[in-house]
Design a protein around this ligand. Structure first.
Ligand SMILES: *[C@@H]1O[C@H](CO)[C@@H](O)[C@H](O)[C@H]1NC(C)=O
Ligand SMILES: *[C@@H]1O[C@H](CO)[C@@H](O)[C@H](O)[C@H]1NC(C)=O
Ligand SMILES: *[C@@H]1O[C@H](CO)[C@@H](O)[C@H](O)[C@H]1NC(C)=O
Ligand SMILES: *[C@@H]1O[C@H](CO)[C@@H](O)[C@H](O)[C@H]1NC(C)=O
Ligand SMILES: *[C@@H]1O[C@H](CO)[C@@H](O)[C@H](O)[C@H]1NC(C)=O
Ligand SMILES: *[C@@H]1O[C@H](CO)[C@@H](O)[C@H](O)[C@H]1NC(C)=O
Ligand SMILES: *[C@@H]1O[C@H](CO)[C@@H](O)[C@H](O)[C@H]1NC(C)=O
Ligand SMILES: *[C@@H]1O[C@H](CO)[C@@H](O)[C@H](O)[C@H]1NC(C)=O
Ligand SMILES: *[C@@H]1O[C@H](CO)[C@@H](O)[C@H](O)[C@H]1NC(C)=O
Length: 245
């Protein structure tokens, strides 16, 4: 009986939504401005993806050949979209032996929740425009050749749960601005050329489970504050210039 009424309710809701969408579509047909507004979203994702493709210089597996005009970008290899809005949610091109760089227009893919370019040969800097990706939860750029510094603007990606920059050529210190990334569960910076001290504010990352800082040029001592992280399971700091306080 309960099940039945719930099904009825869903049916009514579905009919209501269906009518609503039809209404929106007819409004759209009448008003070009509204129409163009709705087109803007998906077109800007398409342009940003094409810009990304342009920066790929070597693609031995032809991973990017599906990124062509005959199919919708939501069907391109490595691209996942939201089912109804057709906005790009995930970019996953791991282990494709790609050589290239990330254009600043990656910041136009504002609905992205995950980027996985791990295990390729991307070079250049991590674009600061990534800070515009405020829904980003997963950023895995490990095992590439990124250089330059960790952009301070990544501090705006406060939904980040995973930040993996392991095995690149990133230098400079960990920017203090990253203290805003309170949702991090995995912070992997192992195998770069990072300098400076291990920031004590990492102790504020109460969800942190994996902290890999090994094989860098960190100095100073391990901050006591890291002892506050009760769920820390993996803590790697070997192969640095750390001293015992
Ligand atoms: C809507 O877009 C079309 C082309 O896509 C353009 O010709 C037209 O001027 C636009 N209309 C408005 C109101 O922006
Ligand atoms: C954008 O959305 C419109 C309306 O849903 C659709 O007709 C069009 O194919 C989409 N364009 C792209 C490039 O996704
Ligand atoms: C990205 O967005 C900016 C600002 O809206 C725009 O000027 C630029 O053309 C976009 N880039 C691409 C490749 O779509
Ligand atoms: C576009 O990509 C599809 C899917 O990979 C492929 O079958 C098709 O041959 C491609 N078209 C062109 C013109 O490259
Ligand atoms: C690759 O990235 C996606 C998000 O874009 C993530 O869901 C997936 O788990 C990643 N795969 C691996 C093996 O890291
Ligand atoms: C990043 O991706 C690689 C796969 O290429 C995977 O092995 C690694 O576990 C991922 N990082 C994290 C923190 O899960
Ligand atoms: C970095 O963030 C600052 C502060 O929000 C902003 O003004 C600046 O435009 C951002 N830089 C880029 C390249 O997005
Ligand atoms: C690491 O950075 C130092 C200077 O900060 C530089 O002298 C050294 O060559 C760098 N090492 C690598 C492997 O890039
Ligand atoms: C870290 O947390 C402590 C309180 O536990 C707070 O006093 C401090 O300001 C926080 N630091 C940062 C950089 O957020």
């Amino acid at each position: 009986m309960m099940e039945h009424s719930r099904t009825n309710c869903k049916l009514v809701l579905f009919k209501f939504l269906h009518g609503f969408i039809l209404l929106c579509m007819s409004t759209c047909l009448e008003s070009t401005t509204l129409c163009n507004l709705t087109l803007l979203g998906n077109e800007s994702d398409r342009l940003a993806l094409l810009d990304f493709k342009k920066r790929i210089t070597v693609d031995p597996f032809n991973a990017m050949s599906s990124w062509n005009h005959s199919i919708h970008f939501c069907s391109w290899v490595g691209v996942s979209c939201h089912r109804s809005t057709k906005r790009v949610l995930m970019l996953n091109l791991k282990s494709k032996k790609l050589v290239g760089s990330i254009p600043s227009s990656i910041g136009n893919l504002t609905y992205l929740t995950g980027i996985n370019l791990s295990d390729n040969n991307f070079h250049g800097e991590i674009p600061p425009e990534m800070g515009r990706l405020q829904s980003l939860q997963y950023l895995n750029l490990s095992h590439n050749s990124f250089h330059g510094k960790i952009p301070t603007n990544l501090s705006q990606c406060t939904q980040l749960r995973l930040l993996d920059l392991k095995a690149n050529r990133i230098m400079g210190s960990i920017p203090n601005q990253l203290s805003s990334l309170l949702n991090l569960k995995y912070l992997w910076l192992y195998g770069n050329n990072l300098t400076g001290t291990i920031p004590p504010w990492i102790g504020n990352f109460s969800l942190l489970s994996g902290l890999h800082l090994g094989r860098n040029n960190f100095q100073g001592s391990i901050p006591n504050e890291l002892g506050h992280i009760t769920g820390l399971e993996e803590f790697l700091v070997h192969l640095n210039d750390l001293s015992v306080a």
